[in-house]
Design a protein around this ligand. Structure first.
Ligand code: PGA
Length: 247
């Protein structure tokens, strides 16, 4: 059965006291049916891992796909797994748009993360002009073909996919349940085409883009939506916990 997952992408937000307070409010979450993952800024990772308790998982928002060496300012996956990080975001639209991370770089990140036993949360999603042209399905499929579908069955089964329409991220404009479900269903169909039904049914596909305490329930009720990747609403413990209880 697919895991239900709610992941909080804190992005470049919070100061030390806020981060500590947020973790102290999340760590006693009692919902055993849902996997909760937080993605804090790098500087908070050690303290969050130390104080998170045994229910929360901790991921990194980024890494550089080399093992070690002269890459000033960068952090490797082996450094992340060394401190207890278990998940990494790959392909977030902000990294694609602002930091020029292209398909082949993202493919490399996916491979390096898996080689180091970190779970990739691979993000895909179309910008507004692509949806306006009616090309959202071919666009998202190509993102998956370019950076993810080279994986073996064993490796794809270790991944989590997040569909995040770019026009819905941080805009307050959520995809309708029909838009979310039809894309998630297509993603699962493509997984079935490439890897077969059993594998496709085992992979969690999260929705991201202005998902909040008010709309999570209807999104998570969709057959192919297995949870959410939450930005803004993940900074508020009440909202994040309400979302995690919305299945
Ligand atoms: P949002 O961000 O929930 O603030 O729209 C989601 C994301 O970027 O992962």
């Amino acid at each position: 059965m697919r895991k239900k997952i709610v992941a909080g992408n804190w992005k470049m937000n919070l100061l030390t006291d806020d981060a500590n307070q947020l973790i102290s409010l999340l760590k006693d979450n009692k919902n055993e049916d849902v996997e909760l993952i937080v993605f804090p800024s790098y500087i908070f990772l050690p303290s969050v891992i130390k104080s998170k308790g045994d229910k929360l998982m901790v991921g990194a928002q980024n890494f550089y796909p080399k093992d070690k060496g002269a890459f000033t300012g960068e952090i490797s996956v082996s450094q992340l797994s060394d401190i207890g990080v278990t998940h990494v975001l790959i392909g977030h639209s902000e990294r694609r748009a602002y930091f020029g991370e292209d398909e082949s770089f993202l493919k490399q990140k996916v491979d390096v993360a898996l080689d180091n036993t970190l779970t990739p949360v691979f993000c895909c999603g179309e910008p507004l002009e692509i949806r306006d042209r009616g090309e959202e399905f071919s666009y998202v499929k190509q993102q998956l073909i370019d950076s993810l579908f080279h994986l073996s069955i064993q490796n794809i089964e270790k991944c989590i996919i997040a569909y995040e329409p770019v026009w819905a991220i941080g805009t307050g404009k959520t995809a309708t349940i029909e838009q979310a479900e039809e894309m998630h269903k297509e993603i699962r169909n493509w997984l079935t085409e490439v890897y077969g039904n059993e594998t496709a049914q085992s992979i969690s596909i999260l929705y991201g883009g202005s998902c909040n305490a008010a709309n999570a329930k209807e999104l998570f009720a969709c057959e192919n939506v297995d949870g959410g990747l939450i930005g803004g609403a993940a900074l508020d413990s009440d909202a994040f916990l309400t979302i995690s209880n919305s299945f």
